[in-house]
Ligand binder design. Structure first.
Ligand SMILES: Nc1ncnc2c1ncn2[C@@H]1O[C@H](COP(=O)(O)OP(=O)(O)O)[C@@H](O)[C@H]1O
Ligand SMILES: [Mg+2]
Length: 238
């Protein structure tokens, strides 16, 4: 049992209030959300509903105003920012809409980079990175720079980078949002393969076709989770 019997991810009574010039903005309004090990979950909902804020709680990129977050046996809400950053590097892979590869590093160097912070034996880093690049089918562009490859290839490189430390959770914030349909389908297919191999994935998506293929769809509306039986299926292709 991990987390004292909790599932892999557990958000308990989470709220998030941003301070803005116009006053406090309640982005998340008391969310309870659990994800079991090995689940593949899509998060859908209108723009501005709180999807990114919600998943930033799971990665520890942001922390709640109140409530508790547990991921893979850790209580994130009592860890220092430094400790959370270290923890994230080892345990969570994050993929964003705009890839965020470092432009001055080659594809291979980008994928090696997260291992520089986790003490992976130096002699193993290149080999491990190449394994991930093989998984995402990019071995032919490892020495190119991000600007020299397509958006779909950049996103696959970002996924290889997210996976290189063998995280227990992969979190995507609209990872296919900036891709053409064919590249999106490829990335999605890769996620399916990862889930088959035991990775837990939580992915925000606007793409109805993709969401419709994911076993569990959670909808965020105005900072709250809509009960799963009430998910608006117009948002989700069936
Ligand atoms: N850093 C921030 N400071 C102030 N308000 C924010 C911040 N991040 C998000 N918000 C606000 O919180 C709400 C939810 O945003 P977000 O989680 O990005 O929604 P989504 O990802 O569903 O589009 C929005 O009203 C947004 O403007
Ligand atoms: Mg967002």
């Amino acid at each position: 049992m991990i987390n004292g019997g909790r599932p892999l991810i557990s958000l308990e009574g989470v709220t998030k209030v941003y301070k803005t010039k116009a006053g406090p903005l309640e982005a998340i309004k008391g969310v309870d959300f659990q994800v079991g090990e090995g689940e593949f979950v899509a998060i859908v909902g209108p723009s501005g509903s709180g999807k990114s804020t919600l998943i930033n709680m799971i990665t520890g990129i942001d922390r709640p105003t109140s409530g508790e977050v547990f991921v893979a046996g850790e209580r994130l809400t009592n860890m220092s920012e430094n400790k959370v950053a270290k923890w994230r590097g080892r345990n969570v892979g994050v993929v964003f809409q705009f890839f965020q590869l470092l432009p001055t590093l080659t594809v291979l160097e980008n994928v090696i980079m997260p291992m520089n912070y986790t003490g992976t034996y130096k002699g193993k880093r290149r080999q491990r990175a190449m394994e991930m690049l093989d998984l995402v089918k990019l071995t032919d562009v490892v020495d190119k720079y991000p600007s020299q490859i397509s958006g779909g290839q950049q996103q696959r490189a970002a996924i290889a980078r997210a996976l290189v430390n063998n995280p227990s959770v992969l979190v995507g914030d609209e990872p296919t949002g900036n891709l053409d349909a064919e590249s999106a389908a490829r990335v999605f297919q890769l996620f399916g393969t990862l889930v088959q191999h035991g990775t837990t994935i939580v992915m925000v998506t606007h793409d109805r076709d993709l969401a419709g293929q994911i076993p569990r769809v959670v909808e965020v509306r105005d900072g709250q989770l809509v009960s799963e039986s009430e998910v608006d299926h117009r948002l989700v292709a069936r």
